[in-house]
Design a binder for this molecule. Structure first.
Ligand SMILES: [Fe+2]
Ligand SMILES: [Fe+2]
Length: 293
């Protein structure tokens, strides 16, 4: 995906972003090192018991959808795999770094529920389509709206009014962000991803979770992952609108650009079945509380 010159402007506007915590740097180093094994990864993560507890809470949450209880970090590394655990560490530490009580008060529970829901939907839709994006699909969904947290932390006053006036609803929010700030929460997420050295597949999927006029999905490092996040986000918002309905009916999620990528998956979903499949995923998840962390 072409880097636009404007990303540098965004980085400038956001000011100094916090650095990645030392322990995460170490986790990334150890997981990238072909000489290191699972025991080394476990030793590094275990230095932070709170982080270990959060990994287990996420792995055992209904959103993660494991059939088996994950009782220890060792088991998480065996069942989920090193790459997935590494990505969960990255996700947890992004949230830990950018989340504070001010942001929590603004974003409220909906943000967390929506983030976990989109993570879960990415995972479910990815496996229904037979895509080999496991290891990144959950975390890409979980982090898709991280740009909102980055903007609240870095530009509190101007962003707060943009956020509140648009009601935090995607379409109007992106427009208001663009109008007032000159960039969106997608751009803010990309700036963070660059500084924190996110895997490019993950960075591009987060960057493109709302349609972009200048960057087609096919330019993403992994267009399937990016299309999954786009679709899961739309589905997650459909859920919010139908929260109080007794019968949610069949949702309609229209994004031809994303479906044109997903239609090439090993097990594509027929056009007439799309709404039903996504609605069923929502019904499985809609009442689950997000894990606390
Ligand atoms: Fe968003
Ligand atoms: Fe979202």
């Amino acid at each position: 995906m072409a880097e636009s010159g404007s990303l540098q402007d965004v980085v400038g506007r956001l000011g100094d972003l916090p650095a990645m915590p030392e322990l995460v740097v170490e986790v990334l180093r150890v997981t990238d090192d072909p000489e290191s094994g699972m025991t080394e990864v476990e030793t590094v993560i275990q230095k932070d018991p709170a982080l270990t507890a959060k990994i287990l809470r996420i792995s055992n949450s209904p959103y993660y959808g494991m059939k088996q209880h994950v009782g220890s970090l060792k088991l998480a590394l065996v069942i989920l795999g090193v790459r997935e655990v590494r990505n969960i560490v990255l996700g947890v530490s992004v949230f830990d770094t950018f989340r504070d009580s001010r942001a929590d008060a603004v974003l409220a529970k909906d943000y967390w529920q929506h983030s976990f829901l989109v993570g879960a939907l990415c995972k479910k839709l990815g496996s229904a389509l037979g895509l080999s994006v496991d290891g990144e699909s959950f975390i890409a969904g979980l982090l898709h709206d991280i740009g909102k947290l980055v903007l609240l932390r870095q530009l509190w006053d101007p962003y707060l009014s943009v956020y509140q006036e648009s009601g935090g609803v995607s379409g109007p929010l992106c427009e208001a962000e663009q109008e007032v700030l000159g960039f969106t929460h997608c751009d803010a997420a990309m700036a963070l991803a660059q500084q924190w050295n996110f895997p490019q597949t993950l960075a591009h999927a987060v960057r493109l979770h709302h349609p972009s006029k200048s960057i087609p999905l096919t330019e993403a490092k992994d267009p399937e992952l990016a299309a999954l996040v786009r679709m899961a986000n739309l589905t997650g918002h459909a859920e919010i609108e139908k929260k109080d309905d007794e019968d949610p009916g069949t949702i309609e999620v229209i994004d031809e650009e994303a479906w044109s990528v997903l239609d090439k998956a090993p097990s594509p979903i027929a056009v007439e079945d799309r709404g039903r499949v996504l609605t069923d995923f929502l019904l499985e998840l809609r009442d689950s509380p997000p894990p606390t962390f």
